[in-house]
Design a protein around this ligand. Structure first.
Ligand code: ZN
Length: 125
């Protein structure tokens, strides 16, 4: 079977779209994306090596078993190379939305969604 070729959004266009995004949007989304990824990996049985292995050495960080993942740490502590993976995903998602005819606009009142209130309301159901 012949392998297909990828058909990504041209990088120059992704960068052009990203340059028009509000400052902080990509990084703000990246933290949510990272934390969701982290939760999913944990559900699949993955862990940071410091959680499970006595031989973990922070000065020489490396995987110890097949279920170790070094990026299962808070977003702020990630190396830039790992953050870049989230940025690429987000910029391409937002770029893909534009190509499909959608635009992302801020809430007119610039109010953030009240996640704490949403969680409290769900607990009462
Ligand atoms: Zn492990």
């Amino acid at each position: 079977m012949a392998a297909g070729k990828p058909n990504p959004i041209p990088k120059e266009l992704v960068d052009e779209f990203a340059a028009a995004l509000p400052k902080g949007l990509v990084d703000g989304l990246a933290e949510y994306i990272h934390d969701s990824w982290w939760e999913e990996k944990a559900a699949q049985g993955f862990h940071h090596p410091s959680e499970k292995h006595k031989e973990w050495d922070a000065k020489n960080p490396k995987k110890i078993c097949d279920k170790c993942h070094l990026d299962m740490i808070p977003y702020a502590d990630l190396p830039e190379s790992s953050k870049r993976f989230d940025w690429v995903t987000i910029k391409n998602t937002l770029g893909g939305l534009r190509l499909l005819g959608y635009h992302v606009h801020p809430n007119p009142r610039r109010r953030k969604f009240d996640l704490a209130a949403w969680r409290a309301a769900r607990r009462q159901k």
